[in-house]
Design a protein. Structure first.
Length: 451
């Protein structure tokens, strides 16, 4: 293949963000994407006659590099925010509970707010009250779950922290690295050895910055800046704008890049999943290649359904419902898209997205047929909703090996990979969700840093 100043391999948002940063710096850039479209996990497709996000549907509003990129692309006028009155419900043993106020991605900040939710027992609330008196965590604890169980017990961990933190990562807190899977946790621990006090200080800091956090201290949403953004035309607008702006670069769809040759001194940004990067590096840097194969992935599947509004009860004004692993359901989340976003709201129908697949419990995402998957997830959601009609539209979207897992020691593994690259192949760098954070903002930042 003919080479430019820099070759970007992978056309997801990390690769496209890297390519635009390089193009803006005056570099001659070539971008190679093996699939037939740009965007990676960011995608829209039809549900009936409506284009609906088929991957992520939002990004954190306080992520400045992502906001800067929106401005660079002329997208700020299209930014929109969730409109649902209830941020989220948590399902427990047949009932729905509102996410307790004054929590931060499930971490409790105020015991009274947890008690008022009714989600957990008095004994669990007492553990939240007692947490600030506990000594700093032991260095031997390596997982978020191990740490949270020491400080809050099993009930808070299983029904409040794991559904949110584990759900975000398509994983569970008992396999997620304490030191790298949740940067917010590390920020909290820099303020205090107590999670309650540390998260409270993070919330106070962000409140003063005029930001809001899900279930934050300032309960008047009208006075707060949003927690999340989307675009009025869907998240895929991000990809469309990036591709349009990359008109100076050489863009190649359906063009897999061959493994990089050991004597190739051209510059590369590899923005594929870790297992793809391992294949690209197997000849030129075998050590880095082997280390990259140690990053595991979870598969997820989403079933998005449209129903006549009159056929579903109750009609919830919420962004969604999360389903804890502890209740042994395949359904992990229900996003109520038509309540969450104005651009999906109609007078006569509702739009639900049902998500399944967690690390260690994801084989069904490939094994079940579309009909079986839909039937299974509908059975789960009907534990809390009564649905009187068949869906008017159904879309099944599978994302095999899509969520990188930040297992214990992940930060050390990534450091070793980068050290090997710097030592043996300094002309190659990595970008994407497998290294320093998942989600759109983390990938945008990763791409820019790689550039």
């Amino acid at each position: 293949m003919a080479h430019s100043d820099v070759t970007v391999i992978g056309g997801g948002i990390a690769g496209l963000a890297a390519a635009l940063a390089l193009q803006d710096a005056g570099r001659d850039v070539s971008i190679y994407e093996a699939s037939s479209r740009w965007g990676g996990k960011i995608k829209s497709s039809l549900v009936g006659d409506t284009m609906v996000d088929a991957g992520p549907d939002s990004f954190l509003a306080r992520a400045q590099p992502t906001i800067d990129l929106c401005e660079r692309l002329g997208l700020t006028s299209q930014l929109t925010t969730p409109v649902a009155k209830v941020p989220a419900y948590i399902y427990r043993e047949g009932k729905l509970y509102e996410l307790p106020k004054k929590t931060l991605v499930g971490f409790p900040v105020d015991a009274d707010a947890v008690a008022a939710s009714g989600l957990v027992s008095d004994q669990a609330v007492a553990m939240v009250r007692n947490e600030p008196t506990l000594p700093a965590h032991e260095n031997s604890v390596e997982t978020i779950g191990g740490y949270c169980r020491q400080r809050f017990g099993d009930e808070i961990t299983d029904y409040l922290i794991d559904p949110l933190v584990g759900g975000i990562n398509a994983s569970n807190v008992d396999t997620l690295c304490l030191h790298s899977a949740l940067p917010l946790l590390q920020e909290s621990l820099r303020h205090s050895h107590s999670l309650v006090f540390g998260m409270r200080q993070v919330l106070e800091k962000r409140r003063k910055e005029s930001s809001s956090i899900l279930g934050g201290l300032d309960t008047d949403a009208r006075k707060r800046k949003p927690t999340f953004y989307s675009f009025s035309t869907g998240i895929a607008s991000f990809i469309e704008a990036l591709v349009t702006e990359l008109h100076k670069s050489k863009m190649h769809l359906e063009t897999p890049h061959e493994p990089i040759h050991p004597r190739d001194s051209n510059r590369y940004v590899i923005a594929t999943p870790a297992y793809g990067a391992a294949e690209l590096l197997k000849s030129t840097n075998p050590k880095a290649s082997e280390l990259l194969t140690q990053i595991r992935y979870a598969s997820v599947a989403q079933v998005t359904l449209a129903f006549p509004k009159k056929s579903v009860t109750p009609l919830l004004d919420t962004s969604g419902i999360v389903f804890p692993r502890a209740d042994n359901m395949l359904l992990s989340a229900c996003t109520w898209l038509s309540s969450k976003w104005n651009h999906y709201a109609t007078d006569d129908s509702i739009l639900l997205r049902l998500t399944t697949g967690r690390y260690g419990n994801d084989s069904h995402t490939a094994a079940l047929s579309n009909d079986e998957l839909t039937t299974t997830l509908l059975k789960d959601i009907q534990q809390v909703l009564t649905i009187h009609a068949d869906p008017t539209a159904v879309r099944v979207q599978r994302w095999p090996r899509s969520f990188p897992q930040y297992e214990p020691g992940h930060n050390k593994l990534v450091a070793e990979i980068r050290q090997s690259l710097q030592h043996k192949t300094p002309n190659i760098t990595l970008a994407g969700a497998a290294y320093d954070g998942i989600g759109i903002p983390a990938c945008v930042h990763s791409g820019i840093e790689a550039a």
